[in-house]
Design a protein around this ligand. Structure first.
Ligand code: ADP
Length: 420
């Protein structure tokens, strides 16, 4: 057994002022750690902050490896720091190993007199004073922080140990949060890749199916009776719908990777709106919906990505038709003002419940009620719309009343280059 003359068991009770200073220091480190870019950045911030708060010559952070047998130096600052990177010791070996194994903090005034000390070739210190504290999550020891020598040449005091222990407690939580966040984004990245690959894989066979169906519909494999024509027509329509869904997914993946990429062209948004009205006319007619509105005859020019803004209006009009009822109406309005243009799409459809309104722009969110359950979709359209509007520094809002209808309003600056 070791003597615990220089070892603290349990909590050191400090004065209120010191306690305040200690918590403020730990809190400010925690806040900084939580803004770290990744786990490595988190460790970097931690050693720098410990060095400045405790005014010390050397600090190192060791983490328990995956086999839970060794402690590995992940980062060090001070004399000889470079050579320490990835140096490792068995749990139980040396002073840090003892702390890593027992989970007890240590304050040692002179390490050379401690029997646990393993002498290694290294830099010269002003004195041999050391603090070593465990990084703990609940009762699991994930690492050790070692601190050597005050720059002022004083030996460490209990108050220094207490400060380091508090910092270590906060830091362990912050580091774990950052590590978990890293894992989640890795998983997300993997799922995104998977979705993207599967989507690409599906596109080619789907195009072949559609091609074959079109050849049959055109009578190339012989004449069709009315019933066969109807079935083939329905199959082609569904193949088209699936192709549109795949395009939506791919477009969305593209956004994940190229969030900021939009082309900047000066184009006439009146033409865009008119073309959409023409191409959606058939769909509306088929569903018994009146498509109207107010699109000015004059040219309205804006800077932006014409294809992506076409996608915005098309998605809104398509939804307005899709979530409507026979004999319903859809109106598309385009209003010009000095610096912006406003496009609104109003329908007399099923509407959106208050509880759902805040979620409809989320990726893959679909409202699941009896009226909407037979309407196909994957919940991506509006998240894409929102991304595009954001990229154009515009705004989108929605007003809706169940059973009465919905109105989406998009306001876009005419010259996004002038908007901060
Ligand atoms: P999808 O239509 O594929 O489900 P969207 O992202 O386009 O995906 O829309 C998300 C949800 O918002 C839809 O599931 C639907 O419930 C609701 N929604 C969108 N537009 C309308 C609308 N015009 N009227 C009623 N509900 C709508």
């Amino acid at each position: 057994m070791y003597k615990f003359v220089e070892t603290i068991r349990g909590r050191f009770i400090s004065s209120p002022i010191r306690r305040f200073y200690k918590l403020r220091a730990a809190h400010s480190i925690m806040t900084e750690l939580l803004s770290a870019l990744d786990f490595e950045d988190c460790l970097r911030i931690l050693v720098n902050r410990i060095a400045s708060y405790l005014d010390i010559e050397k600090v190192s952070i060791m983490l328990v490896d995956s086999d839970k047998k060794r402690l590995v130096v992940k980062i060090a600052k001070g004399p000889g720091a470079e050579s320490m990177h990835n140096a490792n010791i068995r749990l139980g070996e040396g002073i840090a190993g003892w702390v890593g194994k027992t989970g007890e903090p240590l304050l040692i005034k002179d390490i050379t007199k401690d029997s646990r000390f393993v002498r290694r070739p290294g830099g010269k210190y002003y004195n041999n004073s050391l603090l070593s504290v465990p990084l703990k999550l609940r009762n699991r020891i994930i690492g050790v922080i070692n601190v050597n020598n005050k720059i002022s040449k004083d030996v460490f005091r209990l108050s220094d140990l207490d400060l380091l222990r508090t910092i270590a407690d906060f830091a362990a939580v912050a580091a774990e949060l950052i590590r978990l966040e890293g894992q989640v984004s890795e998983t997300n990245k993997y799922s995104q890749e998977l979705i993207s690959n599967v989507t690409h894989e599906l596109k080619t066979p789907l195009a072949t199916i559609k091609e074959a169906l079109s050849l049959i519909a055109d009578g190339l494999s012989g004449p069709l009776n009315e019933k066969q024509k109807r079935y083939i027509g329905m199959s082609i329509q569904n193949a088209d719908r699936m192709a549109r869904m795949l395009d939506n997914i791919l477009l969305s993946e593209e956004f994940v990777q190229n969030r900021q990429k939009i082309s900047r062209n000066l184009f006439n948004v009146t033409d865009t709106a008119k073309n959409i009205m023409d191409s959606m006319g058939m769909l509306a007619k088929k569903k018994g919906i009146m498509l109207g509105g107010a699109i000015p005859g004059k040219k309205i020019e804006i800077w932006g990505d014409p294809d992506k803004l076409n996608e915005v209006i098309s998605n809104l009009v398509e939804n307005a038709i899709k979530y409507n009822r026979p004999d319903g109406r859809v109106d598309v309005m385009l209003e010009d003002s000095d610096r912006s243009v406003t496009i609104s799409v109003r329908d007399t459809g099923v509407g959106i419940a208050k509880n759902d309104i805040g979620k409809i722009f989320d990726k893959y969110y679909r409202v699941n009620n009896s009226e909407k359950k037979d309407i196909t979709g994957i919940g991506l359209g509006l998240s894409i719309v929102k991304d595009i509007v954001d990229m154009h520094k515009g705004k989108i809002s929605v007003e809706s009343e169940c059973d009465k209808g919905t109105k989406f309003t998009v306001t876009l600056p005419k010259d996004l280059r002038s908007v901060r």
